[in-house]
Design a protein around this ligand. Structure first.
Ligand SMILES: Nc1ncnc2c1ncn2[C@@H]1O[C@H](COP(=O)(O)OP(=O)(O)OP(=O)(O)O)[C@@H](O)[C@H]1O
Ligand SMILES: [Mg+2]
Length: 263
């Protein structure tokens, strides 16, 4: 479980988080919503220890992130997959190199393990057929072609999948997605939502999804947290969100067409 206690963060005179407290339940998918610039990405960076709060604390499985040493933080990050806003692949690296970068950063040198992990995660995100074809020639041919591609050779949806594959390396307990569907057309967005949903179920990961897209919220969220004016304005289920009479929530939801009746 992740617990945020009264997190405050200002950049110069600009207060972004003004006492954020919330809980991210284990084994569920939590969506963080709120207007552009309200501090969603900043909040996520506090959880993974990339930013330090001015006051307040982040507890992951009871451990206070702020008090961890550099090496403890490094180890903790191993259990966390992070899909950055905009997918943020390295353009000069191949798909293979992009996917396995965290293993290299963690000093893993076992090439059999690295190769197996690359195949596992690229299959998990649907860029390759399921692993298990006993290294069949077709699978290996497909793998070789994909692995050698550069991000510029891929469609937007494929790039997002590579970003998700990278986050799955090392079988993390937590995966954080920052705007996974931004910039994608509705059909591709839905496919990425389906993938997040599938991965959450299959690997029992605790997922945190930052999104502007209410369709994604309706598709994937078990739990919703809304940030507004530096604090948590709403926390609860999708049904509770839709039933909320808070004018800020109502106004936020009103900017989106209703959820499809199928969800
Ligand atoms: N490193 C930084 N230094 C100074 N200001 C920052 C820094 N990071 C974020 N900010 C500011 O903090 C505020 C919140 O930024 P953040 O990126 O968290 O917004 P967001 O809710 O993720 O928005 P979006 O939906 O557009 O991605 C913004 O005003 C941003 O300019
Ligand atoms: Mg953001």
């Amino acid at each position: 479980m992740i617990e945020l206690r009264n997190i405050k963060k200002a950049f110069g005179s600009k207060v972004v988080l003004n006492g954020v407290s919330c809980t991210i339940p284990t084994g569920k998918t939590t969506c963080i919503i709120g207007r552009s610039g309200c501090g969603k990405s900043v909040l996520l960076k506090h959880i993974v220890g990339m930013l330090k709060a001015d006051t307040g604390s982040v507890l992951i499985d009871g451990r206070n992130v702020d008090t961890l040493s550099k090496s403890e933080l490094f180890d903790m990050r191993r259990g966390i997959g992070y899909v950055f806003q905009g997918a943020a692949l390295f353009d000069s690296l191949t798909v293979f190199e992009n996917v396995i970068i965290s293993l290299v950063e963690h000093g893993v040198t076992d090439t059999d393990h690295i190769n197996a992990e690359a195949r596992r995660v690229l299959s998990a995100v649907g860029l390759l057929p399921p692993v298990g074809g006993n290294g069949s020639a077709d699978y290996e041919r497909e793998f070789a072609i994909l692995a050698a591609k550069k991000p510029s050779d891929l469609s937007g949806g494929m790039r997002k999948r590579v970003g998700v594959a990278r986050a799955l390396v090392g079988q993390p307990e937590y995966i954080f997605y920052d705007e996974p569907t931004t910039g994608l057309d509705p059909v591709t967005s839905q496919q990425i939502d389906d993938l997040l949903h599938e991965l959450a179920g299959k690997y029992h990961v605790t997922s945190v999804v930052i999104t502007h897209d209410m369709f994604s919220v309706y598709n994937v969220a078990d739990h919703v947290i809304m940030l507004h004016d530096g604090v948590v304005r709403f926390t609860g289920s999708v049904a509770e969100l839709q039933a909320s009479s808070d004018p800020v929530v109502v106004e936020f939801l009103a900017r989106f067409v209703p959820a499809p009746s199928s969800v």
